[in-house]
Ligand binder design. Structure first.
Ligand code: BGC
Length: 798
């Protein structure tokens, strides 16, 4: 084993699930045209399991069914059980043992191994040594990049640009293919209403419409036209379902939710990914109304298979089957295996439960062979769909084409990473046109996140290498080269609490992520203030360590952690213009920063090219146009804060405070920053909302249009957002719902009419009987550049 790889954070659980990277050469692209399977040809053609489908052309469903059925007929019980196991390579599964297990037909696939040189012998063991020569598949968490790390999903969603998300997924898929990866555990489409939840960073925010769009774009990008191509991977959407609603934002906690809310808010994004063709579904770790997702027959059978018609493979989350005993719904592993297989978990991830328990359950008749076959069919079907029966080495290529240095910079896609990252940066404040900065004079860069290649990569950085990441410091240096002077100081640590540092470092299994500056906060601030005093402007890079916004990283507070606020206050006191650059994976309570920063940029975690992208924005080489995909509460006590809440009987009315309306009395009401909010260096005006009709007949459409004008002096883009409110219906409806958006680029002085079509699709909802309906009556059409400040016109559906 070789530890020089960057550690995928996915591995922080400590299963050591990585293998050595290979050191060979040519690019995958070169390999793709020239794949020759002569070495394996004899074995393959002699073997009916591998002989059937041809690589060229898309086989029909009937051909796939015939192929899979035939194979199942020839499988032993042990071989069938083997096809239900997805293993993570680690200490408990050393390489030699793994090879034997594969050759014995006891493994369907592995995850966390992304080195062709290591995976090739495993695939060879499968297709040469196993009896039926069924190929393995290789999966990995390609969530926001593979070798190149792109911005975290919360950032990607901020782009409000689906081409950006599709491009991220496309480039990531190609990179993953070059490492022999066949499947990704992504997109993660869990709606987030509680920023205490660390996995908020991995999702696309709070809104079902936006997250569904992001889900579709991701699947398109990962799978391309079909997941059976050498440059496409299968997408397994996760975490099915409702994981984002864990109680109190505490990871792995229970979820209790009305069926109406599920269908209205939380379920649509999974459905969107499935409708877009996602070949896999990863099942969530949480329970839903008392029944763990992993053993939830309603979820996995009634909803997923019967109602939604999902035809792909389901994967448990890591160790979730054994966890059924801890949920208290299975007496022991035997019962856990029985419940999961009956519910419809095809692949068990990273445990031995199916292997150990299914033989006995089959022998006793508690599980019927047909139930096993149903799961095996999906696994084989997924392999078929990934093109692996036609060519087990489809993505792995030939040994002579293996990259010499898997981490070579030439394997990165820096240009797309920079262009994508720029689209994800949200400008929250810009007083006195502090930004864009000029490339002149002295610029002070201060803050514990200013030069961290690790943190800027964000939560699921896959094979991203911190040393290859452009930090903000490096980005600024490159941008101002020869034109301005950069002076720097750390200023503070991100966190001061040693217990928190230990927690974050404990999670990381091979080397500590968090290295503390041992100086006192007073000494660091003193130095920072003296550095700031020499400068014309101060940029402060503050926020969260990336490990704070991750799996198993729930917070009790969403405040600016540690002494960073003190640092900011001291910098403010210098009287220099203060530009606060936030790096974080969840909404933070940044009231002080809102009021005191001269400019405030939410950059999330921008990835490998983050420093360059942030510099592009700071200096105006790129005009920011991103919008918040999630509301920012003012304080932890205001959680949940989301824009599309249901109507209530005693709503708080802006400007008319009073008792006995719904409010927190110690604090201003409403979010600090609303959903959809984000500024530009230009000034945009949206005016003249017009509807093409005031009455709409069923089956017809009307249009809503308004004129967007760039009244400022910079070319730039803005996102026109369409919200619809249904003020009177058979049930209380959300105060408004996003139903469309368009990103429009305009030159200074330019105007454009932006038009949206509205028909029954935009007006339908789930009623009290859980049926999709459209009800007559008034609808309010709202167009705005955020969810709060909107133009309104009404029409009547008749
Ligand atoms: C996470 C999943 C991830 C899996 C494999 C689990 O702990 O919940 O999101 O795909 O590990 O790395």
């Amino acid at each position: 084993m070789d530890n020089q790889n960057s550690v995928p954070v996915a591995d922080r659980r400590g299963d050591g699930s990585r293998m050595e990277e290979s050191r060979n050469g040519l690019s995958r692209r070169q390999a793709l045209g020239a794949i020759s399977w002569a070495a394996l040809a004899a074995g393959m053609t002699a073997n009916p399991a591998l002989a059937a489908p041809k690589r060229a052309g898309k086989p029909s469903d009937a051909a796939k069914k015939a192929f899979v059925d035939d194979l199942i007929k020839r499988m032993t019980v042990d071989e069938k059980i083997g096809q239900l196991r997805l293993i993570s390579i680690g200490p408990e599964m050393p390489h030699a043992k793994l090879m034997d297990e594969v050759a014995a037909g006891r493994i369907a696939g592995s995850f966390n191994t992304v080195i062709r040189r290591d995976n090739r012998p495993l695939q060879e063991a499968a297709v040469k040594r196993s009896r039926l020569k069924i190929p393995l598949f290789f999966a990995y968490d390609v969530v926001h990049g593979h070798r190149t790390t792109f911005p975290i999903p919360l950032g990607l969603a901020s782009s409000f640009d689906m081409a950006v998300i599709e491009r991220m997924a496309r480039v990531s898929a190609v990179e993953a293919c070059n490492d022999g990866v066949d499947m990704t555990f992504a997109p993660m489409v869990d709606i987030g209403h509680d920023p205490r939840w660390g996995r908020t960073s991995e999702g696309f925010g709070e809104d079902p419409y936006l997250v569904s769009e992001c889900a579709r774009a991701s699947v398109r990008g990962f799978q391309g036209t079909s997941p059976d191509k050498p440059d496409t991977i299968m997408a397994a959407v996760k975490h099915f379902a409702l994981y984002g609603a864990v109680e109190g934002g505490r990871d792995y906690n229970t979820v209790d939710m009305s069926p109406l809310r599920m269908r209205q808010t939380y379920l649509p994004p999974y459905k969107a990914a499935i409708d877009a063709g996602a070949g896999g579904v990863m099942v969530a770790l949480n329970s839903i109304n008392g029944v763990p997702a992993t053993s939830n027959t309603w979820l996995l059978q009634d909803l997923l298979r019967k109602e939604w018609g999902f035809k792909g493979v389901t994967v448990s989350d890591h160790g979730a089957i054994t966890e059924l005993t801890r949920h208290g719904v299975a007496r022991d592993n035997r019962e856990a295996a029985k419940l999961s297989i009956k519910a419809g978990i095809d692949l068990s991830m990273a445990d031995q439960v199916y292997l150990a328990e299914l033989p006995g359950l089959i022998a006793s008749g508690e599980i019927k062979m047909a139930e096993i076959d149903a799961c095996v069919r999906e696994v084989l079907g997924a392999k078929y769909d990934m093109g692996l029966f036609a060519d087990p080495f489809l993505r792995m290529g030939k040994p002579e084409d293996d990259p010499v240095d898997v981490k070579a910079d030439s394997r990165l896609n820096r240009q797309p990473a920079r262009e994508i990252a720029r689209e994800t940066i949200v400008l929250l404040e810009n007083r006195n046109q502090t930004l864009p900065l000029k490339k002149q004079g002295t610029i002070a860069l201060i803050g514990p996140l200013a030069d961290s290649g690790l943190d800027i990569l964000g939560s699921w950085s896959a094979q991203g290498v911190p040393e290859q990441a452009v930090t903000l410091r490096a980005g600024l240096e490159a941008a101002i080269e020869g034109k301005a002077r950069l002076v720097t100081a750390r200023g503070s640590n991100v966190i001061d609490d040693q217990k928190v540092v230990e927690y974050l470092n404990f999670l990381n299994w091979d080397k500590p992520e968090v290295i503390q500056d041992p100086r006192s906060i007073e000494a660091m601030i003193e130095e920072a203030v003296s550095v700031a005093s020499q400068a014309d402007v101060v940029i402060a890079a503050v926020g969260e360590l990336r490990g704070m916004s991750h799996e198993s990283s729930s917070r009790v507070s969403i405040d600016m952690p540690g002494s960073q606020r003190r640092l900011l206050q001291a910098l403010k006191a210098t009287g220099k213009p203060l530009v606060v650059v936030l790096m974080n994976g969840r909404p933070l309570a940044i009231g002080w920063e809102k009021d005191n920063a001269d400019a405030l940029l939410e950059t999330w975690y921008t990835g490998t090219e983050g420093g360059n992208a942030i510099a592009d924005v700071l200096f105006g080489d790129h005009n920011p146009s991103a919008k918040l995909p999630i509301s920012f509460p003012r304080s932890v006590g205001q959680i949940p804060t989301y824009y599309n809440a249901l109507r209530i009987g005693r709503p708080y009315t802006e400007g008319k405070p009073g008792n006995y309306t719904s409010q927190y009395f110690e604090e201003a009401q409403g979010p600090l920053y609303p959903f959809g909010f984000g500024l530009s260096y230009s000034r945009f005006a949206l005016k003249d909302l017009k509807l093409s009709a005031t009455r709409l007949k069923r089956g017809e459409k009307l249009s809503a249009e308004a004129t967007l004008t760039n009244e400022g002096s910079h070319e730039g883009a803005n996102v026109v957002q369409l919200y619809i409110a249904d003020p009177y219906a058979s049930i209380a409806r959300p105060v408004k719902e996003l139903k469309g958006f368009q990103k429009v680029t305009l030159k200074p002085g330019e105007s454009r009419v932006v038009r949206f079509e509205i028909g029954e699709d935009e007006l339908k909802f789930i009623n009290g009987e859980l049926k999709e309906v459209v009800e007559n009556g008034r609808f309010d059409v709202q167009l705005g550049l955020d969810s709060h400040d909107v133009l309104v016109q009404s029409f009547e559906l008749v």
